[in-house]
Design a protein around this ligand. Structure first.
Ligand code: BMA
Length: 837
């Protein structure tokens, strides 16, 4: 098959004007306008509010291209578009080729008769989606949320993101701006062939035989003439062919079985390696390869296991026969303008998930079916994917057959594109249509609602029929959250299914509430924090650096956001004395909230078998539930996640009244381990009051073990709760595998003194520094910062005790000298947040 790439430089104009600016394809109108200096950064201050016109405008993309005569001689020529956002009309040489109405679909048009040898032109005109969605809402109003009741941003909202097949969060969400964009967002090319081409390839795996995996490879072939074709199908591993066969193409399909002996299995992060096999298919016309496809697959079984048990019904993912506790977070688009996310940033984020000991991300349903690269990275890093289909927090016109047909075509395209990835664990129909059904679903027809019958037709029949047709090996789950047993209108049933636990934050329950929850799988729960001061500085003026300033509130998209942060902060911490300290402390607060929840749920395994916090990443610089900000900085939560998701975790249940500490070790390892638990009771000045080391012969595999119950009632009586700190260490083979700290009062009431932090810095290699940070007295949540310098830190927000320094590696984004490093270095801990100036 021949390809003629049409990506690269185009031109774009407002449909009402003649002046053009250069455009990048793939790309979008916002980034084109930005690159031409026509608009200011939409993320700066409240520029977003003045850029709404972009989404209200029709845009025309155009380019010329040269078609060689040999290409024209091919029997079939298609314009192949991997993604057009969204309502477009395409013309070639002023001949209308077709129209599109779904951002998520792959579009192909027969363009042979429209092309000519030599110079050609193509135009893709995007109509504003806003009149369209408004007209649809006029015809039948359907409720939606995601934005929350919020007077500040209300006037800029457009209602109807549920009425078009386009990334819903592009119209704003409770963590993202409204920058309704348009453009050729994925590659575009001409494809031409005469003999035939491969249009799809499906690989299924049979693991029933011991010591071998049998692959069934099926390809669909489009032929342009009746010449017989053959297909050579091979499996390659580490550059060697490990199985191969050649078959005839019959009835436009080629099918073969390949047996992989001595299969190297693919495992999620932490459970084993991620070997990948390449499956190649060469389409042969005689001895000539006329087309081909290659898919990298992992050999594994990965299923959702639901079986009745003592608590109700299990909800656990099982890989290669081994149930695993899913640890991770929810994923949203990594930039509002998804076309400018670089491969490096994708890899940075996925590798950050792996570094934090995560093994699952949930691709949330209000964003996009992600880029191929994202799934390839998840395959390589062992991050399993809970894949939502792109429906979130809305009612949809499920009875509209044209809408459903469009959705079904979208699902076929995306399931076929993604099903070979070993990372994908299962497909989930939507986000929260059942969870907040009171807003979207009604028993009887009612304005704004889809009926439950309409919902069930869409999400129990029309959608899964397509998903399972193209991917019979995976489970389809209708909604997150969903209760498969009992009352479907009780989607957080603790006995079965998954749950979204928002009583903390949206319901303003204290963090302690998490310990009352024993759900089977927590696919959402979260707490907001601010991005670090440098990020805030990038979108504010100095005089706006107060969390209730107009600009700070402009970037806060949760209606309750800043109030909730402050409410919880006052409960746990002293009110910070400076703006920057409040910002940093919000991160510590978020971290301890998530830690509180996850430690409890890990202790509850195997009753609960997964926790995915909301959310790992951000799409713009703003306060949000993310653990990594939009510039890639790990917030305190992400460092803490690395600890609370560690394969071996020491944690405790403290009883302030009785002065007891119940010590637990949770192990995700598949083998039994032995080790030691060392506990130290100190006062807040660091004096050791008591200490002991317990030999533990057995930490059961994939289980929680209660190790001991420590009694400190007498110490509490003598010293008082404000004075005591209990340090826990888990040692395996003499090395510290996990550490934790227990207090008997809120950190705000601890009697801490200035720890007098000091650092010795050395330059390990040009631009890479190590520092040894020591404390004279216990220091809680120590974080080093290079004033005004972007840098990555091997650790932050850790505790220090006298005599036990921390070794931290720091890599500034720009090279700096040792002297400059020492001058810029600041060391902070909890006491700095409330220190009087
Ligand atoms: C959820 C998500 C999102 C939302 C988040 C925070 O339940 O599904 O819709 O951004 O809560 O409110």
């Amino acid at each position: 098959m021949k390809h003629l790439d049409l990506c690269g430089t185009w031109e774009v104009r407002n449909a009402k004007e003649t002046a053009t600016i250069p455009a990048s394809v793939p790309g979008c109108i916002h980034t084109d306008l930005l690159a031409s200096g026509k608009i200011e950064d939409p993320y700066y201050r409240d520029n977003e509010a003045r850029l709404m016109w972009i989404g209200e405008t029709d845009w025309v993309y155009r380019r010329t291209f040269h078609v060689p005569a040999e290409l024209l001689s091919e029997a079939r020529i298609y314009l192949h578009c991997d993604g057009l956002d969204t309502l477009s009309t395409i013309t070639i040489n002023d001949v209308k080729i077709g129209t599109t109405d779904n951002q998520f679909r792959v579009w192909e048009f027969d363009v042979k008769s429209a092309l000519r040898a030599g110079e050609n032109s193509i135009e893709v005109s995007f109509a504003s989606t806003i009149p369209y969605i408004q007209a649809e809402q006029q015809k039948r109003y359907l409720n939606l949320t995601g934005l929350g009741p919020d007077p500040l941003h209300g006037q800029h909202r457009v209602d109807g993101s549920n009425r078009i097949r386009k990334s819903q969060c592009n119209y704003g969400w409770d963590w993202g701006p409204m920058c309704v964009t348009a453009g050729i967002w994925r590659p575009i090319q001409l494809v031409a062939f005469s003999a035939g081409r491969v249009t799809e390839m499906q690989i299924t795996q049979d693991h029933s035989q011991k010591g071998a995996v049998k692959l069934q490879v099926r390809a669909a072939v489009e032929t342009a003439n009746s010449k017989p074709l053959r297909a050579k199908i091979a499996a390659m591993f580490e550059g060697n062919v490990v199985a191969e066969t050649t078959v005839d193409v019959r009835n436009n399909s080629a099918e073969a079985a390949l047996t992989i002996a001595n299969p190297q299995l693919w495992w999620p992060n932490g459970l084993g390696a991620q070997p990948l096999y390449d499956i190649t298919l060469d389409l042969l016309d005689g001895g000539t390869v006329v087309d081909g496809q290659k898919k990298a697959i992992g050999l594994r079984t990965l299923v959702l296991d639901r079986h009745p048990d003592q608590w109700g019904e299990s909800f656990q993912f099982v890989v290669n026969g081994v149930p695993y506790f899913a640890k991770g977070a929810n994923w949203i688009p990594a930039d509002t303008f998804v076309t400018r996310i670089t491969p490096e940033f994708y890899e940075y984020l996925v590798s950050s998930a792996a570094q934090a000991n995560m093994n699952m991300l949930r691709v949330w349903g209000g964003g996009i079916y992600e880029d191929d690269l994202f799934y390839e990275l998840c395959d390589r890093y062992g991050i399993t994917i809970w894949q939502d289909l792109m429906f979130a927090c809305s009612a949809y016109p499920g009875a509209d057959r044209e809408f459903i047909a469009n959705v079904q075509a979208e699902l076929a395209d995306n399931v076929k594109r993604l099903r070979h990835h070993p990372c994908i664990a299962f497909w989930c129909g939507n986000n929260e249509l059942e969870h907040i059904h009171q807003w979207f679903l009604s028993d009887e027809p009612k304005e704004g609602y889809m009926t439950w019958d309409e919902y069930k037709l869409m999400f129990d029949v029309d959608i899964p029929s397509v998903v399972l047709k193209h991917d019979p090996e995976r489970t389809y789950w209708p909604s997150s959250s969903h209760s498969p047993v009992g009352d479907r209108k009780d989607p957080n049933n603790p006995a079965c299914g998954d749950a979204h636990l928002w009583e903390v934050w949206h319901g303003r329950q204290p963090f302690e509430w998490y310990r009352t929850c024993e759900h089977r799988f927590n696919s959402e729960f979260g707490f907001q924090s601010f991005p670090e001061p440098r990020v805030i500085n990038s979108y504010t003026l100095p005089e706006e650096r107060n969390i209730t300033s107009y600009i700070m509130e402009w970037h806060q998209r949760s209606g309750i956001g800043n109030d909730a942060i402050i409410q919880y902060m006052l409960s746990w911490f002293q009110l910070p004395t400076k703006f920057e300290m409040l910002i940093w402390l919000s991160q510590v607060l978020q971290g301890i909230g998530m830690k509180y929840a996850v430690e409890h749920w890990r202790r509850s395994m195997p009753r609960g078998m997964g926790t995915l916090y909301w959310q790992i990443n951000d799409c713009w610089p703003a306060p949000s539930w993310a653990s990594i900000d939009s510039l890639g900085n790990w917030k305190a939560l992400h460092y803490m996640a690395r600890d609370f998701f560690a394969p071996l975790l020491i944690s405790a249940i403290e009883d302030w009244q009785h002065g007891t500490v119940e010590v637990h070790v949770t192990s995700d390892f598949l083998q039994e381990l032995s080790g030691q638990v060392r506990w130290t009771l100190s006062d807040t000045d660091g004096n050791v009051l008591a200490q002991n080391t317990l030999d533990c012969s057995r930490f059961a595999p994939q289980a929680n073990t209660k190790v001991c119950l420590l009694q400190f009632k007498d110490h509490l009586k003598e010293y008082g709760s404000r004075k005591l700190l209990v340090w826990l260490e888990l040692l395996v083979h003499g090395e510290i595998a996990s550490e934790n700290l227990v207090t008997f009062t809120r950190p705000k009431h601890l009697d801490l003194r200035d720890p007098e932090l000091t650092a010795q810095v050395r330059e390990e290699a040009p631009g890479i520094f190590w520092m040894t940070i020591s404390a004279k007295r216990p220091a809680l949540w120590v974080w080093p910062e290079l004033d005004g310098v972007q840098a990555s830190y091997s650790d932050r927000f850790f505790h220090l005790v006298p005599g036990k320094p921390a070794e931290i590696r720091v890599q500034p984004a720009e090279p700096m000298t040792l002297t400059a490093f020492q001058q810029a270095l600041r060391l902070y801990s909890l006491t700095d947040t409330y220190r009087q100036a």
